[in-house]
Design a protein around this ligand. Structure first.
Ligand code: C5P
Length: 300
């Protein structure tokens, strides 16, 4: 039985535009994804006789709906291997936060199995498997900085953004993605011009300060209206010096962009003193990394 340990990075949406509702019930998006250094830990032992998932510190949904187990089942169906696998997941990324924690776990399961597999599928096949598991899962195969379109599953890698210092902060609240989509009205739908402008700036080599000018989230009106405590967290991020603060995904996590790592650390500490869950993070240019190996922070 072979073994691999991975870090599954989470993401923020530096820009998220919802273009409109589709016939299939999904929404067309234009979003700029960015992986950041907060990560869950996933260890995989395969092949095993049965499939089991343990989450020693809790925080992971149990049962077959868990995205790691769904990813394992999808991989096994494609390859006829492994018969089973033992997965151990240590959660650090809050669930229901718009940080893509579950999606990242699913992508890392696929990529970890591919690492252990004697005949791994190619990246395109991994993307297809990932898209069947959830709209955000394909992004985490490669992570970094990317433009997501379609329902979020069509990925164009962008030049890695360097020097990104952020604070993630959230109220004590989990938001279901489908519920957040249900709160949108026509006024929240936009034409994708903001995401296109951010992508263009990133392609042209813009740094965090220029990127900050294009930060936007089409969910903000709806989710702040429904949960005012989100507005309070956005305001608190501004109070502790964020150049720009926004909701990530459909919330409940928010992020602030800061001019440097010390400013981000200080801000996170000040928010924690106020009783707000907060953590300083950096942009990383990978979706996952082998445990113990660098995450690419020093390259970006
Ligand atoms: O794809 P995923 O399973 O993450 O989506 C969860 C739910 O979020 C979908 O069932 C749908 O209600 C909503 N969704 C959407 N448009 C997207 C992505 C998700 O309406 N682009």
């Amino acid at each position: 039985m072979a073994h691999i340990s991975l870090r599954c990075f989470c993401k923020v949406n530096l820009c998220l535009e919802i273009l409109g509702r589709r016939e299939d019930g999904y929404h067309d998006l234009a979003t700029i994804f960015q992986t950041v250094s907060l990560a869950d830990l996933l260890s995989i032992e395969a092949p095993a006789e049965q499939s089991v998932l343990t989450a020693p510190e809790g925080g992971a949904p149990e049962g077959p709906e868990n995205l790691c187990l769904r990813a394992l089942a999808a991989y096994r169906e494609l390859r006829g291997w492994p018969a089973g696998a033992c997965l151990e997941l240590t959660k650090r990324v809050p669930a229901g936060a718009g940080l893509g924690g579950g999606s990242s776990n699913a992508a890392a399961t696929l990529c970890g199995l591919a690492q252990l597999d004697e005949e791994p599928p190619d990246t395109g096949t991994l993307h297809e498997l990932a898209a069947g598991l959830g709209s955000d899962v394909p992004f985490f195969i490669e992570g970094g900085t990317a433009l997501g379109t379609g329902r979020g599953e069509r990925i164009e890698q962008l030049r890695p953004l360097s020097g990104l210092n952020l604070v993630l902060a959230r109220p004590e609240l989990s938001i279901g993605t489908a519920e957040a989509y249900g709160l949108l009205d026509q006024s929240d739908f936009t034409d994708g011009a903001r995401a296109a402008a951010m992508a263009e700036a990133i392609r042209a080599g813009a740094g965090p300060e220029r990127v900050a000018e294009h930060v936007h989230n089409g969910f903000t009106r709806a989710v702040v209206g429904r949960w005012p405590e989100l507005g309070a967290v956005l305001e608190a991020l501004g109070d502790v010096g964020a150049m720009r603060a926004e909701v990530s995904g459909s919330g409940s996590a928010c992020f602030g962009l800061f001019p440097g790592p010390e400013a981000a650390e200080d801000a996170a500490t000040r928010l924690q003193v106020l009783g707000i869950w907060a953590v300083a993070v950096e942009g990383v240019n990978l979706g996952w990394a082998l445990a113990g190996e660098p995450a690419g922070e020093e390259d970006v």
